[in-house]
Design a protein around this ligand. Structure first.
Ligand code: ARG
Length: 465
């Protein structure tokens, strides 16, 4: 392919007396992936040239011609009509060369007071800023899917598990809102990362700034950047914002993975709590009865590559000296891949969450197995004046008797309770059984029905439902 390309003059070729090796050219190109940032590149160039006009470096006519042609190039790229040359390395030099082809010397003025080092950083920041906004909307979609289930599932009591062993009973919406909280923290993290992403790099030029009379406040204003990087050496080596963004995506993937794992086992015949929609399941080529939750398994599996992206960026930036080094070109592919992966996982999660059915009868049939009410019983004893450690021992001994005689705690007679602890009275039965245990809850943030109702309402309010 490289052999078919016409020989191009490198924008930086003045000092060179030898041509670039073709294999090295292929090795070092980035346009095959950074062309994804063409809109950001053009937006940055228009802002930069507008600023150059503001400070008198470009005339009005020159700026207008540059803006017009850059917009035309953007359209050409959008229509798929622009052929990128790997000999021109990256999106930046491809766009600039296309501009020069149209405008000659006027096009050759665009790169005034700018280097690709501050240009690529600017483009990447603009791209990540958009990506953050898109992820925020997708996260919000998953939150809405969970909150949207809460009213319909309000009366369903399910076991909460610790160590994957039955622990205490909770309302199903309390579980749904647990995921909503996790995704809310993901949104907060992205919003926080966005502040640091939203910093202007342009004007740092190669590493030292420029002797030309630029106005960085104008460029920042045109691009909607809230801050201006205060140190040109720092900003040309800074990829913290990309690493942070990769972490935020890894955390989202890990949250999705935990949810997928929960729902995979809860949809087994052994659990029989959930039915995942068939639209998000696949069958087996040999076992005719199979309906497998492949969507959830893939969501869990894709976490690996998203965490891998974070790992790549950390390794990439470890030991990079100050200012720009070409290694940094390796920052984009992991970020793009992680973003694509997390985006599709979130886009699938929303309809899976909304479309999954709770198998109410099956859940209810086994709800009073596993002594989910033991803690409720213990807290009743504490209210009766028994010290916590003693109450724990009393309930433990009664649970042991229950296991030996195949009974739930609610099936014990008052005399049997009194034998173990004389402070027990007939009110004890109000706290036994999974549903009573849920209703007995009181604390803020607990599964008490009024607490859960309060949380559902505040989430509805927050998400505009
Ligand atoms: N293709 C490069 C990248 O993506 C652009 C910056 C190159 N700068 C340089 N001095 N070689 O990082």
């Amino acid at each position: 392919m490289a052999a078919e390309q016409k020989k191009v003059v490198k924008p930086w070729g003045g000092v060179f007396t030898e041509a670039t090796d073709a294999l090295f050219e292929q090795f070092s190109e980035s346009v095959s992936f950074d062309s994804r940032m063409y809109e950001q590149d053009i937006k940055g160039s228009i802002a930069h040239s507008r600023m150059l006009f503001d400070v008198g470096i470009l005339t009005k006519e020159e700026f207008e011609a540059i803006e017009r042609e850059l917009l035309a190039i953007k359209e050409r790229i959008a229509r798929g009509e622009m052929e990128f040359s790997t000999q021109l390395e990256d999106i930046h030099m491809n766009v600039e060369t296309a501009l020069e082809e149209k405008l000659g010397d006027v096009g050759r003025k665009l790169h005034t007071a700018r280097s690709r080092n501050d240009q690529v950083s600017t483009d990447f920041r603009l791209w990540i800023r958009d990506a953050i906004d898109r992820l925020d909307a997708l996260l919000c979609g998953v939150q809405k899917a969970f909150v949207g289930r809460c009213d319909g599932d309000f009366d369903v009591v399910v076991p909460a598990y610790t160590h994957t062993q039955r622990a205490q009973p909770v309302l199903a919406p309390h579980i749904w809102l647990a995921y909503v909280e996790k995704f809310e923290r993901d949104r907060e993290r992205l919003a926080d990362c966005r502040k640091r992403v939203n910093t202007l790099s342009l004007g740092a030029a190669a590493c030292a700034g420029t002797s030309l009379p630029i106005d960085r406040t104008k460029t920042a204003e045109y691009l909607g950047f809230e801050r201006i990087a205060a140190n040109s050496v720092d900003v040309s080596s800074d990829r913290d914002f990309a690493v942070e963004f990769a972490f935020d995506m890894a955390q989202i993937a890990i949250h999705l993975s935990g949810w997928a794992e929960d729902w995979i086992w809860q949809s087994t015949v052994e659990f029989d709590f959930l039915k995942i929609p068939q639209a998000y399941s696949t069958g087996s080529s040999i076992m005719p009865q199979k309906v497998n939750p492949d969507s959830l398994e893939l969501i869990r599996g894709k976490t690996a590559r998203v965490v891998g992206a974070l790992q790549s960026l950390l390794m990439l930036t470890k030991g990079i000296p100050l200012a720009y080094d070409r290694d940094l070109q390796e920052d984009k592919e992991p970020v793009f891949d992680a973003f694509d992966t997390v985006s599709i996982c979130l886009a699938l999660a929303a309809p899976i969450v909304a479309g999954t059915t709770l198998k109410r009868e099956s859940i209810a049939a086994r709800l009073d197995k596993g002594y989910l009410d033991a803690t409720s019983f213990m807290e009743y004893l504490i209210r009766q004046g028994v010290p916590q450690r003693s109450a724990h021992g009393i309930v433990g001994r009664l649970v042991r008797k229950g296991i030996d005689s195949g009974r739930a705690l609610a099936e014990f007679s008052l005399d049997e309770f009194k034998e173990e602890c004389p402070l027990v009275d007939e009110n004890v039965y109000k706290f036994l059984g999974a549903v009573n245990a849920v209703n007995a809850m009181k604390s803020y943030g607990s599964t008490a029905p009024d607490q859960v109702r309060f949380q559902i309402d505040s989430w509805k309010n927050k998400l505009g439902l």
